[in-house]
Design a protein around this ligand. Structure first.
Ligand code: 0XW
Ligand code: MG
Length: 368
């Protein structure tokens, strides 16, 4: 299972129903990077990393490719038999850059699973289900439009909706939340996600204005200190997303009782191994979480679904995938998609995808 080649591809992902709007503003197109890891046995494992533009988090598309140009050569000749050993080899080559390393780590898991005839979920502890709940994120928009889209998504089967808030007068967010609650009723789980866009005072004001609503606030404020400042005066459960940059932060937050759950992102954590560890931390702490990423096509989506299928149902809030905002699939037959509010776990080995590299054009870098 020795790595004999690594090819890097760049691929554009325009937002098909753009723009995707968060408190930081609109996003119209994304730039994703795919890695193809070739083994001596002929197997090719695929990974992907797709930062949500250059300002959402400390990660950007070109940075991923430059980091991968340093990391990839260091893995040639290594075996995918131990993804942890590959992680150590990457850490000895480049500090940080988890979002870039994750693409290689996922590719290694895909190649290992294919080589062993096992699904990635089997390498992460085994599947507890064959389909995982999906949730949908509704962009910042006019209250009526958000309410209309919320009702439509519930009709499609989604039972958890994330409303993007922030970046505008608070009273408009409050109005939007009220209209969505009226439109979908009490049985749908609502999350207000400001993506770090609110001050602690605004977060408290938003929560207290909606105190009668059953909802969750996700990463309303930017820093751990601000979350801790707001926490005692919030009327709702508090989730951490962007601040959960590594396992140490999660352990500390869980230990302090700072949050009630996490929005977890595959590439921010560094890949499937760290996501499985985050899963186990949440299990031990009795915290719920999602299994998501910032953006990406079928490869990122399949990786999120594989790890989500290993999470105890009482811990899993759901999986977000970018697919509803992307035209087409990397794998038309096995591509990952939400149907009636759930995403089926692919049946094939590895990630369960068959990817034709021709669709991505010539590699931007090749190490053989
Ligand atoms: C909804 N997501 C998982 C997808 C977008 O990248 C933002 C993210 C979130 O929850 O912040
Ligand atoms: Mg979030």
């Amino acid at each position: 299972m020795k790595i004999t080649s690594i090819h890097l591809f760049q691929h554009d992902l325009p937002v098909a129903d753009g723009p995707y709007v968060m408190s930081s503003g609109p996003v119209w197109a994304l730039d994703t990077t795919l890695v193809a890891i070739g083994l001596e046995n002929g197997v090719v494992g695929w990974g992907e990393t797709c930062p949500l533009g250059p300002t959402y988090a400390p990660a950007h598309a070109k940075g991923a490719r430059v980091a991968l140009e340093l990391l990839a050569p260091a893995l040639i000749g290594a075996s995918v038999r131990s993804p942890r050993a590959l992680q150590r080899r990457m850490d000895a080559t480049l500090a940080g850059h988890a979002y870039a390393k994750a693409a290689l780590e996922v590719g290694a898991y895909d190649a290992l699973g294919q080589s062993l005839g096992l699904r990635v979920v089997d390498l992460l502890g085994g599947a507890v289900c064959e389909a995982v709940p999906a949730y949908f994120a509704i962009s910042v928009g006019a209250p009526d439009d958000m309410a209309r889209e919320a009702a439509e998504r519930v009709q499609e089967g989604y039972q958890r909706l994330q409303l993007k808030v922030g970046g505008r007068p608070l009273e408009v967010d409050i109005e939007a939340a009220h209209r969505v609650q009226e439109a979908v009723g009490p049985s749908v789980r609502l999350v207000l996600d400001a993506n770090r866009g609110l001050t602690p005072a605004d977060a408290v004001q938003l929560s207290q204005a909606l105190r009668d609503g059953a909802l969750t606030l996700e990463q309303p404020c930017c820093t751990l200190r601000e979350l801790a400042q707001a926490r005692p005066r919030l009327c709702h459960p508090l989730y951490m997303d962007e601040s959960a940059v590594d396992l140490a932060t999660m352990v500390s937050a869980a230990g302090q009782g700072l949050v009630d759950g996490f929005g977890l992102k595959l590439t921010r954590m560094g890949g499937l191994g760290p996501m499985a560890a985050a899963r186990d931390i949440c299990r031990a702490a009795g915290l719920r979480h999602t299994c998501d990423d910032s953006w990406g096509g079928d490869i990122v989506a399949a990786a999120c679904v594989q790890v989500a299928a290993s999470v105890a149902p009482e811990q899993l809030d759901g999986v977000w995938i970018a697919q509803p905002h992307i035209e087409g699939h990397y794998d038309a037959e096995n591509g990952v998609r939400a149907e009636e509010g759930h995403i089926k776990l692919p049946s094939g080995p590895g990630l369960g995808l068959n990817i034709d590299p021709e669709q991505f054009g010539a590699p931007v870098a090749a190490y053989d």
